[in-house]
Write a protein that binds this ligand. Sequence first.
Ligand code: NAG
Ligand code: NAG
Length: 420
Amino acid sequence: MENRNVSLNLNAALVVILIMTARLIDGIAQNQHESNSQLDPDPEFIGTINNVTYPAGREAILACSVRNLGKNKVGWLRASDQTVLALQGRVVTHNARISVMHQDMHTWKLKISKLRESDRGCYMCQINTSPMKKQVGCIDVQVPPDIINEESSADLAVQEGEDATLVCKATGNPQPRVIWRREDGEMILIRKPGSRELMRVEAYNGSSLKLLRLERRQMGAYLCIASNDVPPAVSKRVSLSVQFAPMVRAPSQLLGTPLGSDVQLECQVEASPSPVSYWLKGARTSSGFASISTASLETGSPGPEMLLDGPKYGITEKRDGYRGIMLLVVRSFSPSDVGTYHCVSTNSLGRAEGTLRLYEIKLHPGASASNDDQLNFISGPEEARNAVACRHPSCANCAWLSLLLLLRLRLWLRPLAWHA
Ligand SMILES: *[C@@H]1O[C@H](CO)[C@@H](O)[C@H](O)[C@H]1NC(C)=O
Ligand SMILES: *[C@@H]1O[C@H](CO)[C@@H](O)[C@H](O)[C@H]1NC(C)=O
């Protein structure tokens, strides 16, 4: 409106004076030169404002270049709500992180330091011409990934055969990528719905890892890793326990040993949660070796004896995850050590035991052989037996041969893949 008046006034100097007087009365002192600038070209932007992307915490600068500004002013506004942030070289908003810089006559820079996510958006560079001219530049604030603990899986325990879903919710800008890996570097085993097969993958893409009909070998610590190219990537560890009742296996169920030697009994155990394990020695009965459950009931003989680590018995247990090995060393084997031994393993889901028989290997050829399988076991055919059976009173060679045979048998019975 005023401009139109001004242009009319170009034709009449008297009116100019009147208008200028009116302006002075209105106190709009800055406009008093407008009549002069009519001869100048209109202000205009030089180029466009570059959009910028910065990580949170850094500073962002938007540059607005104007030529022929004349007596006009450049202002910066937040585009979303039209809040005026700065006018010329002066910040008018109460935000200590915002500053403006005027450089090389033409460039007006808006600087936002210690960028926050809330600073993301577009900013308007305005020239107060009439009609006003504006240009917009946008700031994208990158945010490193973060994992929302409350919405992500905690450690969990699931019974074997059931399903489990590991969830990892991550925020960040750009939206982070989430992958799952096993902490131990093993492959992740995934069962496709409706399939019996387990697929092996090094990493699983996606925030939600579904594990259907869990098997014990899927037990372990899983890591979800969220990354979006704004460092640092973050990870969360979720430990998955697959629970099942103990399973016990005795690789060698029959062990012969000469009197006076030490003999080691071994049981392999799988259990989760970790079992309580112990050894029992079954009572010997007239009909052979009673099982521990019937020994005391049927024969009235003493029940099974729990074996304790000490001078006579060496008891150790090695565990690796849900697998373990129970070892019992019976030292200085004597006739009273002949009998059945039970390795017992229990956890909250059940109990299992393995049974081993320990018998004496007779080293002297003439000695009474009460146990047939023991003779076959050691000597086999008559020739071999003669070859093995030693006629020297000391019988040192024979003892060695017997031990070697025993060792071979134990190696034979030992499963190959246990330690795999
Ligand atoms: C900046 O981003 C805005 C909004 O995304 C877009 O409209 C504008 O064209 C972009 N400017 C440049 C110079 O790329
Ligand atoms: C997972 O994502 C990565 C990178 O985005 C890609 O290279 C890979 O092929 C994806 N794997 C699967 C199984 O989708």
